[in-house]
Design a protein around this ligand. Structure first.
Ligand SMILES: [Zn+2]
Ligand SMILES: [Zn+2]
Ligand SMILES: [Zn+2]
Length: 165
C-alpha cells in the first residue's frame, strides 16, 4: 500500500516523480495481471509530465510527435485502461486527466481544483465521502461513487491576487 504523499508543486526533480509513477504502475499491473503496454506506459508518462491535469488532445499531440499512428482512439483506449487500473483520474471540471498520487488502494478521491491556474491537488479522505453519502441518504438520495471536485484558489494564486470569480 502506498501512502499518499504531499503533492509537490515547487521546483523539484520531477523525473523522480515520473519514475515513481511508472514503477508503481508496473507493480500494480503485474500484481493484477494487467498488461501495461508500451503505448499505455507512454500515455501514463505524458499524463505525469507535470503535477497538472492534461487534456486528451494535448496527450495526443505529444504522442503524435513520437508515433505515426497516434489517433484519438489510441489515446482514449489507453486512458480508459489507466483509469480502470486506478492510475489516472479524470477531472470532469477541466475535462482533463491527472496521474493518481496513491494508486495502490481503491479510493474515490476529492480534488481541489484551482480555478485560476488549473492546478489540482488530490485529497483522499474517505470520511468526506462517507459523511456526504450519509447526509444524502437521510434526504432519500443515493449518490453514485464519483470524485468530488471542489473549486477554489491555490495558495500561489491567492497570494498573487488572482481575479475574483
Ligand atoms: Zn514532480
Ligand atoms: Zn487517486
Ligand atoms: Zn492556482
Amino acid at each position: 500500500m502506498s501512502k499518499p504523499r504531499p503533492r509537490k508543486t515547487g521546483p523539484h526533480d520531477h523525473s523522480a516523480c515520473i519514475d515513481r509513477a511508472v514503477n508503481t504502475a508496473l507493480e500494480i499491473c503485474a500484481a493484477r495481471g494487467l498488461n501495461l503496454t508500451p503505448v499505455r506506459k507512454r500515455v501514463l508518462e505524458i499524463v505525469w509530465r507535470a503535477h497538472e491535469p492534461i487534456g486528451a488532445y494535448e496527450i495526443l499531440a505529444e504522442l503524435a510527435k513520437e508515433r505515426d499512428k497516434a489517433a484519438p482512439p489510441t489515446v482514449y483506449r489507453a486512458l480508459e485502461f489507466l483509469m480502470g487500473a486506478g492510475l489516472v483520474h479524470r477531472i470532469d471540471t477541466l475535462n482533463a486527466f491527472l496521474g493518481c498520487d496513491a494508486p495502490g488502494h481503491a479510493h474515490v478521491a476529492q480534488f481541489l481544483v484551482c480555478r485560476n491556474c488549473h492546478r489540482v491537488a488530490e485529497l483522499d479522505d474517505p470520511t468526506l465521502n462517507r459523511v456526504l453519502a450519509e447526509k444524502s441518504r437521510s434526504m432519500g438520495f443515493r449518490i453514485e461513487p464519483s470524485a468530488l471536485e471542489i473549486k477554489g484558489l491555490c495558495n500561489d494564486c491567492a497570494a498573487h491576487g488572482s481575479p475574483a470569480a
